[in-house]
Design a protein around this ligand. Structure first.
Ligand SMILES: NC(=O)c1ccc[n+]([C@@H]2O[C@H](COP(=O)([O-])OP(=O)(O)OC[C@H]3O[C@@H](n4cnc5c(N)ncnc54)[C@H](O)[C@@H]3O)[C@@H](O)[C@H]2O)c1
Length: 315
C-alpha cells in the first residue's frame, strides 16, 4: 500500500485529493493547521467524511514549526497544497504570512523530502504566476510576471521546487491551477461569494465590467491532474491545469441564475488591484505528458457546486 503526504488536507483542494487517494487504496497522512484565513468550521466539515477512514490520519501541525522529518518519513508521494491563498489579501502587512507559509515552509518541506526520497513531490502552484500574460493561451514557458504579492510567493515556491530537482534530483512537479471551483470552494473565492449572495437575496459584486475571463477548472479535474502528476509527472516540469472552459464573469452569472432558479442582482464595483483581466492556459503539455483531459463542463460543475452550496446554506 502506498503512502501519501497531503499538506493542506483540510482545505478545498487538499480534502478532495485526500478522498480520491483513499478511494484508490492509498494510506494518506494529512497535515493542516487550520489557519484562520477563513472559517475553520468549513475545514472541519471538509474532512468530516475522511475521519472514519482507517487509512487517513490528520496531523494538526503548522509546517512552519513542525518536525517535518517525522512527517515525511516513509512517504511515497508528497502533494504540497498548504498555502496562504488569496490574491486580494496579500498586500500590506499580511505579506509576511504569505512569505513564511508559501516560501519558507515550502523550502523546509523540500529540504525534509531529501531525506526520504519520495517518488514525486507535487507542488501546488497557480496561474497567478503569469499575471497579465501577454500570450493567450499562456503556455508553461510564457513569461511569468505576477501582479500580486501572492503570485510572487507562488512563483518563488515553484522556483524552489525546480531548484531542488536540479540540484539534488528531488523529483518535483509543479502544477499551475487555473481558478478551481466546485463543492468546498473557499468562501473568499468568486463562485462561493456569488452563490452566497444569490441565496441571501443580495446583489452579486462584480469587479470591473464582468467581462474579465478565467479558465475555470472543476475540482474533480484538478484532483485527477494532481493524481497523474504524482504518478507520471516529469521531474522538474511545470504543467498548466485548466479546464478548457474559459468564460466571463457575466457568463458564469447567467449559468448560476439558471441552475439556482434565483434572480441574480448584479452590482458593479471598480476593478481590484492585482486582478488580471484575462487568464487562460494552454492545456497541451499536461495533455501530452500527463494524459490529463478535463471532463467537466462549466454548466455541469456549476450545477454540482449549486447543490453543495444549498446544503451548506441550508436553503
Ligand atoms: N483554489 C484555487 O483556485 C487555486 C488556484 C491556484 C492555486 N491554488 C493553490 O492550491 C493550494 C490549495 O488551495 P485551496 O484553494 O484548497 O486553499 P485552502 O486555503 O482551502 O487550503 C489550504 C490549506 O492549507 C492549510 N495551511 C496553510 N498554512 C499552513 C501551514 N503553515 N501548515 C499547515 N497547513 C497550512 C490551511 O489551513 C488550508 O486548510 C494552495 O497552494 C493554493 O495556493 C489554488
Amino acid at each position: 500500500m502506498k503512502t501519501a503526504l497531503v499538506t493542506g488536507a483540510a482545505g478545498f483542494i487538499g480534502s478532495h485529493l485526500s478522498e480520491r487517494l483513499i478511494a484508490d487504496g492509498w494510506r494518506v497522512r494529512g497535515v493542516d493547521c487550520f489557519t484562520d484565513y477563513y472559517d475553520t468550521t468549513l475545514k472541519e466539515r471538509n474532512v468530516r467524511g475522511l475521519a472514519s477512514e482507517s487509512r487517513f490520519s490528520l496531523d494538526r501541525l503548522d509546517l512552519r514549526t513542525a518536525d517535518l522529518g517525522a512527517l515525511v518519513s516513509g512517504v511515497d508521494v508528497i502533494w504540497h497544497l498548504a498555502a496562504q491563498a488569496g490574491v486580494r489579501a496579500s498586500w500590506g502587512a499580511e505579506f509576511e504570512t504569505y512569505t513564511t507559509i508559501n516560501i519558507q515552509a515550502t523550502q523546509k518541506l523540500l529540504e525534509a523530502a531529501l531525506e526520504t526520497n519520495p517518488t514525486r513531490f507535487v507542488y501546488a502552484s497557480s496561474s497567478s504566476v503569469y499575471g497579465e500574460a501577454p500570450e493567450f493561451p499562456a503556455a508553461e514557458d510564457s513569461p511569468t510576471n505576477p501582479i500580486s504579492p501572492y503570485g510572487v510567493t507562488k512563483l518563488a515556491g515553484e522556483h524552489l521546487a525546480r531548484l531542488y530537482e536540479k540540484s539534488y534530483g528531488l523529483p518535483t512537479v509543479s502544477l499551475r491551477y487555473f481558478t478551481v471551483y466546485g463543492p468546498r470552494q473557499r468562501p473568499d473565492m468568486g463562485f462561493h461569494r456569488f452563490y452566497r449572495a444569490i441565496y441571501g437575496g443580495e446583489p452579486v459584486t462584480v469587479y470591473g465590467d464582468g467581462r474579465q475571463t478565467r479558465d475555470f477548472t472543476f475540482i474533480a479535474d484538478v484532483t485527477e491532474a494532481n493524481y497523474l502528476a504524482g504518478m507520471q509527472g516529469r521531474p522538474g516540469a511545470v504543467y498548466n491545469v485548466n479546464g478548457g472552459s474559459r468564460a466571463s464573469v457575466l457568463e458564469v452569472l447567467d449559468i448560476m441564475e439558471s441552475v439556482s432558479g434565483r434572480e441574480v442582482i448584479r452590482e458593479f464595483l471598480p476593478k481590484q488591484k492585482g486582478d488580471p483581466l484575462h487568464t487562460g492556459g494552454d492545456p497541451a503539455k499536461a495533455r501530452e505528458e500527463l494524459g490529463f483531459v478535463p471532463k467537466v463542463p462549466l454548466s455541469e460543475g456549476l450545477a454540482a457546486m449549486n447543490g453543495w452550496m444549498k446544503e451548506l446554506l441550508e436553503v
